[in-house]
Design a protein around this ligand. Structure first.
Ligand code: ME8
Length: 535
C-alpha cells in the first residue's frame, strides 16, 4: 500500500549510467523510458520515489574517442552531456530526480573513500594479470567466450558482444577478492529468487557464479583518465567499479547519511542484459564487502535489434530517437517499445510495425474513442457531462472491466515490471469501451426524445466519459502529454485536481468524474501520420 511507504524509504529506481563516447540511440532511450514509466507509476501509487540516471565518463573508451576528436576527455564529456544526453531526456519527458556524472567531485571523492575502505579492510591486494580485454565492454574476457574472427579479422579473437578483436592486456593491478563471494552470492540468489529478472537472466547468472569467480582487477595503470587510487596515484580505479558506485554516491553515500538511509539501496536497477553480471555479481559483492544493504531487484531488458543485430552506436542504420518522435510524437514513442516488446526479450524495430500499431491502437481505438465521446457530449448535452440515472447491466460490465484492468495493470507494471502486459490490460479496457459504444449506439438513442431516451443517452455518455477519465490516469505514466490533453478535454481538473496526483488504487472507484463537468472537444490525441519518411 502506497500510504505506508510515505515518510519511509523511497522507491529507488536507476538506469545504467551511459557511456558518453557518442550520442544516445534508441537502445539507451528504451531503458530510460522504461524507468520513467515505472517511477511515474509508483508516484501515482502515492509512494515516495527517487529516479536516477546519469553518465559514465571515465575509462579508455571515452579517452580514445576524445583523442580521436582532438579534445580533452572532460571537454568531450561536457559537450556530449549538455548537447546530446540531457536534451534527449528532456525531449522524452524523463522525470529523473537526479543526473549523476562520474566526473563530478561529489562522486569521485566518495569513490576514493569507498575503495580506500576496502583496501584498509584487506579486501583488495596487489597482483598481476594478463588476458584478453574488450575496450568496448571495458572488461577482461574469458578465453572460452571469445569468437574466432573471419574475413578482415581472420586469425583474431573477437569479443562476443562487439564482434571486434580483443586486446591482450598485461598489468600489475589491484584486485578485489571477488572469488571469496561466490558462495555468499549463490546463497543470496537462493534466498531472494526475485533478485534477478527475468528468469532466463537469473539462470545465466547463477550458472556463471556456480563455476566459481576470479578476483576482479579494480585498477589500471596504462592510462590515466579515471579516479586515482587513493594510496597509489599511478593507478586509476577500474571504470566499472567507479561507475557502479554512482548508485550509492548519488544517494548520499558518505555525504548525507539521512538521505542515504531514506533512499539506498535501489529497489530496481534497470539494465540491459549486456551488463547484467556487473550488476548482479560484482555490485552486490562490493556492497557485501562494505556491509551495505543489497538492491531489491536487477531487471534486465532485452536488446533492440536492427537487422538481427544488437542496435549499437556503430550499427544504428541512421535511426535516432528524434527521427521517430518527429514522425510519431513523443508519447507514441514512449508507448511503442514497451507495448511491442516483452521487456526481457529482444525485439526488432520496424517503421511498418510502429505505423500499424499507431494507427490501429492509438489513433483508432484510443484517440477516436476520446474524440467521439467529447463530440457527443457537446452535441447532445451542450458540453455539460450529464448524470447517469439509467444504468444497467451493460454499464455494470464496463465498471467491472475497469476494476479488472486496474488490478491487472498494477500487478504487471507496479509489481512484476512487465510493461507489455500492463499496457495490454489497459488497452483491453479501451477495446471494451469501444465495444460498449458500438452496441449501445448512442447516436440512435439520441433520436428518442422521451425522458427515458434522454436518461439512457446520458447514462451511456457518462459511462464512456468516466471510462476515459480512468484511461487518462492509467496511461499517464506512459503518455503524459496525451493524458493531460484528455484530462483537460474532460474538464476533470477543477473537480479532481491535477492528473499527476490521481492515485492508481482509486482509479476504479466509479463516479469520480462528476456530472456537470465541462467536456470540450480537445486537441486530436493521435493525428493521422504523414507519409513515412524515406530513409
Ligand atoms: O554499459 N537494446 O553504458 P552503455 C536495448 N556505462 N538496450 C540497449 C541497447 C539495445 N540495442 N543498447 C544500449 C554501459 N542499451 C555502462 C553502464 S552502469 C553502472 C554503467 C541500453 O552506454 C541498455 O540499458 O554501453 C544497456 O545496458 C545500456 O544501454 C548500455 O549503455
Amino acid at each position: 500500500n502506497g500510504n505506508e511507504k510515505q515518510g519511509t524509504k523511497a522507491y529507488y529506481v536507476t538506469t545504467p549510467i551511459y557511456y558518453v563516447n557518442d550520442a544516445p540511440h534508441l537502445g539507451h532511450a528504451y531503458t530510460t523510458v522504461a524507468g520513467d514509466v515505472l517511477t511515474r507509476w509508483h508516484r501515482q501509487r502515492g509512494e515516495k520515489v527517487w529516479y536516477l540516471t546519469g553518465t559514465d565518463e571515465h575509462g579508455q573508451k571515452i579517452m580514445r574517442t576524445a583523442d580521436a576528436n582532438g579534445v580533452s576527455p572532460q571537454e568531450w564529456c561536457d559537450k556530449l552531456v549538455t548537447q546530446s544526453w540531457k536534451p534527449l531526456w528532456e525531449h522524452l519527458e524523463i522525470a529523473n530526480d537526479d543526473f549523476i556524472r562520474t566526473t563530478e567531485k561529489r562522486h569521485t571523492d566518495r569513490v576514493r573513500e569507498f575503495v580506500q575502505d576496502l583496501w584498509d579492510k584487506g579486501e583488495i591486494y596487489k597482483g598481476g594479470y594478463e588476458g584478453p580485454y574488450c575496450v568496448g565492454c571495458e572488461e577482461y574476457k574469458l578465453p572460452g567466450e571469445l569468437l574466432d574472427g573471419e574475413g578482415e579479422y581472420a586469425g583474431e579473437k573477437l569479443c562476443p558482444v562487439h564482434k571486434k578483436p580483443v586486446e591482450i592486456l598485461k598489468e600489475e593491478n589491484y584486485f578485489f577478492k571477488l572469488s571469496e563471494y561466490a558462495q555468499r552470492l549463490l546463497d543470496f540468489y537462493e534466498a531472494n529468487p526475485g533478485f534477478i529478472q527475468p528468469e532466463s537472466a537469473r539462470n545465466e547468472v547463477v550458472n556463471f557464479v556456480r563455476q566459481g569467480l576470479t578476483d576482479l582487477s579494480i585498477s589500471r595503470s596504462t592510462f590515466d583518465w579515471g579516479v586515482k587510487v587513493p594510496w597509489d596515484d599511478k593507478h586509476v580505479i577500474y571504470v566499472w567499479v567507479d561507475a557502479l558506485l554512482n548508485y550509492a554516491t548519488a544517494a548520499g553515500y558518505g555525504s548525507d547519511q539521512a538521505r542515504f538511509d531514506a533512499t539506498f539501496p535501489a529497489d530496481v536497477h534497470l539494465v540491459g542484459k549486456d551488463i547484467l553480471r556487473f550488476h548482479a555479481v560484482i555490485w552486490p559483492a562490493m556492497l557485501m564487502a562494505q556491509g551495505l544493504p543489497l538492491p531489491g531487484r536487477v531487471v534486465a531488458n532485452g536488446w533492440l535489434l536492427v537487422g538481427g543485430e544488437k542496435m549499437s552506436k556503430s550499427n544504428l542504420t541512421g535511426i535516432k530517437p528524434q527521427d521517430l518522435t518527429s514522425h510519431f510524437g513523443v508519447d507514441a514513442y514512449r508507448w511503442y517499445f514497451l507495448r511491442a516488446i516483452s521487456f526481457g526479450q529482444d525485439g526488432s524495430f520496424s517503421w511498418e510495425d510502429f505505423s500499424a500499431r499507431y494507427t490501429s491502437e492509438l489513433a483508432n481505438d484510443y484517440g477516436n474513442l476520446a474524440s467521439r465521446v467529447a463530440a457527443m457530449v457537446n452535441k447532445y448535452f451542450g458540453g455539460e457531462l450529464p448524470a447517469a440515472t439509467a444504468s444497467g447491466e451493460a454499464e455494470q460490465a464496463v465498471r467491472e472491466g475497469l476494476a479488472k484492468a486496474v488490478a491487472a495493470a498494477d500487478r504487471a507494471i507496479g509489481e512484476e515490471i512487465d510493461f507489455q502486459s500492463g499496457i495490454l490490460a489497459i488497452f483491453d479496457f479501451v477495446k471494451q469501451v469501444n465495444g460498449y459504444i458500438t452496441e449501445q449506439e448512442p447516436w440512435k438513442v439520441a433520436k428518442d426524445d422521451s425522458e427515458e431516451g434522454r436518461a439512457r443517452l446520458a447514462s451511456i455518455l457518462y459511462t464512456a466519459a468516466e471510462s476515459l477519465r480512468a484511461m487518462a490516469v492509467l496511461l499517464n505514466p506512459v503518455m503524459p502529454d496525451t493524458s493531460q490533453k484528455l484530462w483537460d478535454s474532460l474538464g476533470a481538473e477543477p473537480h479532481l485536481g491535477p492528473l499527476a496526483a490521481q492515485r492508481i488504487d482509486e482509479t476504479a472507484d466509479w463516479g469520480r468524474l462528476p456530472a456537470g463537468a465541462t467536456v470540450t472537444k480537445g486537441a486530436v490525441l493521435f493525428p493521422r501520420l504523414e507519409e513515412q519518411p524515406t530513409a
